[in-house]
Design a protein around this ligand. Structure first.
Ligand SMILES: Cc1cc2nc3c(=O)[nH]c(=O)nc-3n(C[C@H](O)[C@H](O)[C@H](O)COP(=O)(O)O)c2cc1C
Length: 140
């Protein structure tokens, strides 16, 4: 049983969020696979999924868009979108919409968005998201 956290990040901000989400998952006793979008192949037998990207020119970063296009087997999977942004922050919403379209079960009403580099309170929100995903895994 493992949750998968995929991230695409240009300056390490969304990556820091991804690391904190995984930390929250692991602290709740569930394995977490932390995968850079460039290394992503498939979700395997993931029990939960978080996908994050920062926003560039109002868009989700390209590899993440491709992953979302090709993503299969996420029906009813507990999931969340996340990402760091600078001013408009469209990527996390786009990710969540795509996951929802594919039938994933979103664990938050809104994706987790953080402006610029995550501060300690932002990282705590990431850990909380991780715990929520882990709890969903444990119920499977
Ligand atoms: C070329 C460029 C374009 C950007 N465009 C946007 C944008 O349209 N909207 C926004 O909210 N942030 C934008 N940003 C800001 C990044 O999303 C922000 O710096 C974010 O924290 C980067 O996170 P990362 O280190 O995970 O990539 C842009 C940054 C760069 C360098």
């Amino acid at each position: 049983m493992s949750a998968v956290v995929v991230y695409e990040s240009t300056r390490g901000r969304t990556k820091a969020m991804a690391e904190a989400i995984c930390e929250g998952i692991r602290n709740a006793g569930v394995e977490c696979s932390l995968v850079s979008a460039s290394d992503f192949t498939d979700i395997g037998d993931a029990c939960a999924l978080a996908i994050g990207s920062s926003t560039r020119m109002k868009r989700t970063l390209p590899r993440t868009r491709q992953i979302l296009d090709e993503l299969k087997g996420v029906e009813n999977m507990p999931a969340a979108g996340f990402g760091s942004y600078g001013w408009s922050g469209e990527a996390p919403d786009f990710i969540s919409q795509q996951l929802e379209k594919k039938g994933a079960k979103m664990v938050r009403d809104q994706p987790l968005r953080v402006k610029d580099f995550p501060r300690e309170d932002d990282l705590e929100k990431c850990r909380t998201l991780g715990r929520t995903l882990a709890e969903e895994c444990k119920q499977l």
